[in-house]
Design a protein around this ligand. Structure first.
Ligand code: 5GP
Ligand code: ZN
Length: 114
C-alpha cells in the first residue's frame, strides 16, 4: 500500500527498533513510548483494521502476542504486567490506518517505566 508508514517499516524501507520479525509480522518499538518497551505488533500484509481481517489472517497475527509478550518479559525483567490494545477506526483513536496491536509493559507503581 503506497504511503503507508507501517508497510514501509514492514518492507524494510524505513529503519526501526525491531523487537521481532518473521514472515507474517514485524514487531517494533513505538516511537512514542507510553512505558519502557512499548511495542507495536504489525501484520506485514496491509490490513486497515479488525473489520478488514479474514479470521485466518487475524489468527496468524494475534496468536503471536504471547511470543512478543515473553520476548518483552525477557528484555525487561522488571516488567510485572502488560496491556494489550488494538484501536480500530478514528473514533477509537486509531491514527495509523494499518492494523497494529500495542503491547504496553507495566512495572511497579514506583517504577512505571520512566
Ligand atoms: P494508534 O493510535 O493508531 O493505535 O497508534 C499508532 C501508534 O503508532 C502511535 O503510538 C505512534 O506513536 C506510533 N507510530 C506512528 N508512526 C510511527 C513510526 O513511524 N514509527 C514508530 N516506531 N511508531 C510510529
Ligand atoms: Zn500498510
Amino acid at each position: 500500500m503506497d504511503n503507508c508508514i507501517f508497510c514501509k517499516i514492514a518492507n524494510g524501507e524505513i529503519p526501526t527498533n525491531k523487537v521481532y520479525e518473521d514472515e507474517v509480522v514485524i514487531a517494533f518499538l513505538d516511537m512514542s513510548q507510553i512505558t519502557k518497551g512499548h511495542t507495536l505488533l504489525v501484520p506485514k500484509k496491509h490490513v486497515q483494521d479488525i473489520f478488514g481481517y479474514s479470521s485466518n489472517d487475524a489468527g496468524a497475527v494475534f496468536k503471536r502476542i504471547p511470543l512478543i509478550a515473553n520476548a518483552l518479559k525477557e528484555a525487561f525483567p522488571d516488567m510485572q504486567g502488560l496491556n494489550i490494545l488494538n484501536n480500530n477506526g478514528e473514533t477509537a483513536f486509531q491514527t495509523v490506518m494499518h492494523s497494529h496491536i500495542h503491547l504496553i509493559p507495566r512495572y511497579s507503581k514506583e517504577n512505571d517505566g520512566f
